[in-house]
Design a protein around this ligand. Structure first.
Ligand SMILES: [Zn+2]
Length: 77
């Protein structure tokens, strides 16, 4: 049976579905009995969701900003 440290180490792969089935099941059964790890995994999921949702937007804003900057520099030449 998996332990808390296993969840901590493999939470990412678990969420991504990158673990072999046997390993997933073992972590799953730990999650059933361990509330700490369930909370931990939930927070992890939220973080990942936040990052996936917000990061592209930030990247786009960053691109627009640097593009505007470059245009300004070009026009000053
Ligand atoms: Zn645990």
């Amino acid at each position: 049976m998996a332990q808390c440290k296993d969840i901590a180490e493999e939470a990412n792969q678990y969420i991504d579905g990158d673990l072999p089935l046997r390993r997933r099941i073992s972590l799953y059964f730990h999650l059933v009995v361990c509330k700490c790890c369930r909370v931990y995994l939930d927070q992890m999921r939220d973080t990942i969701r936040a990052v996936t949702v917000f990061k592209p937007k930030e990247a786009i804003n960053q691109d627009i900003k640097s593009l505007a900057q470059r245009l300004r520099e070009e026009s000053q030449k």
